[in-house]
Design a protein around this ligand. Sequence first.
Ligand SMILES: C[C@](O)(C(=O)O)[C@H](CC(=O)O)C(=O)O
Length: 305
Amino acid sequence: MPLVSGATNLRKALEDPNGFVSAPGVYDGLSARMALAAGFDALYMTGAGTAASVHGQADLGICTLNDMRANAEMIANLSPSTPLIADADTGYGGPIMVARTTEQYARAGVAGFHIEDQVQTKRCGHLGGKQLVDTSTYITRIRAAVQARQRLDNDIVVIARTDALQSLGYEESVARLRAARDAGADVGFLEGISSREMAAQAVRDLAPWPLLLNMVEHGSTPAISAGEAKALGFRMIIFPFATIGPALTAMREGLETLRRTGLPGLDPSLTPQMLFRVCGLDESVRLDAEAGGGAFEGGVDLQKE
Ligand SMILES: C[C@](O)(C(=O)O)[C@H](CC(=O)O)C(=O)O
């Protein structure tokens, strides 16, 4: 059977009135493998997590299109039918760059991406002091993305994000999202929703246009679960820090143990084989055998004495 792309699957989920997409944030190959193994049927590539893991930097517009596309391409191709929604920040420039971003993300196998209305020197949506471009510059970004998708005849989903809530308020943010919808964006994303009432209101004000909820715990948005978001009428939810958060805590604790005791003190189940199995070891061994290679005839497990 021919492979159905992640983009086509994401579009199908949006076309189904009962479809709901819940995507944990992933930031590298291992976190993506873990999310897939946990049974999630969509992934979100966080820009904040990409900046932190690729460059060891804060979410301040440091990642370039090349950084983001390379990370997204690697993640999307671990499971090409599983939709990967990827952060595309401001689109990385004017309309020409937004079109390139759309084309490169589509060819990389990304299923959907969000473009926002912050200035190029952007910051995480849950930090104070954000600056915006005007509505017409924002809509030019959205139009460039929509037109690029149409030229490619690709199912990639264009998600319009606005960061206007913090400085311009709710009404202006909804007006920006309506303008993005009218320019052809498939989904709306009101960044930094600050109450349950506002979440419900946004769904009502923009219905039947599908909305995405960005669930950053301990940021501007109250804790709204996937189930609650669905009941409120959202069609997608992303959890940007779902893997990088626990990873950070676990690394801090593990390193503290190593510093204190002189050994990492890992769980006995954490063998090299186990780590590599998470990353497709058995599939690689099978592939080698099917091609007639003999590299793994003896297996990869250590012989017990
Ligand atoms: C969604 C987001 O763009 C991301 O990079 O994951 C961030 C998340 C964060 O840094 O809190 C955002 O909301 O701006």
